[in-house]
Design a protein around this ligand. Sequence first.
Ligand code: CTP
Ligand code: MG
Length: 232
Amino acid sequence: MHITAIVLAAGKGSRMQSEIPKQYMSIDGKPVLYYSLKAFEESLVDDIILVTSEDSVSYCKNEIVEKYDICKVKAIIAGGEERYLSVKKGLMSADKADYVLIHDAARPCLTMDIIKRSIEEVQITGACTVGVPVKDTIKLVDDDCFGLDTPPRNRLWQIQTPQSFLYRDILEAYRILEASGDTDITDDTMIIERYLDKKVKVIQGDYCNIKITTTEDLSVVENFFKKNEKSC
Ligand code: CTP
Ligand code: MG
């Protein structure tokens, strides 16, 4: 059973409006990307494919993968313009995999527990994602921002990564996506649901497993690390 983690770090981080992309910003002396690579390094995954921008490949190799001895990284490859295009490239490099765990480098609070439970679940269901029940009421609004609907809160989950799949299924779903020409893709679970008509199991993630998107998220993660010494 071969399990590959695909770590996505090819984004520009435009909402962060920082000089360097958010995945390379420093938290507690190390780049954001380091933390999820380290978590996968210490987990049961067999290898890691790191997807980054073309001009960051050598920085990642020298300043992160080699510097911190992340031995499971078997390839560092250039991603695409959109997240799903970066995933596609990662999948093409993961041809040994039976299962893949696709993870946002912008989520540095990934835990061993999340990885372990994702691996266990994907071997049962073939497709799963971590997430957390929403705490706020969520409203669907119209173009003028008037409320259209208020879905029952107990059915709503905020979806995180890793998202884990049988390799042959996610590859097939991406093949159909490519043929469809659709571009409205925000995560990989929707690709499985839309093109394979298969169900994706949502399992408990962690409220700490946030995605760094804007500056206030950075200080939240810094505080978690301080409090829990990276056990958050
Ligand atoms: N990502 C990627 N390739 C892209 C876009 C995003 O690998 N073309 C990665 C990001 O590096 C990040 C993850 O996907 O780790 C989640 O994306 P997001 O939070 O949207 O990051 P960015 O696209 O970088 O940020 P923004 O949308 O603000 O520009
Ligand atoms: Mg983005």
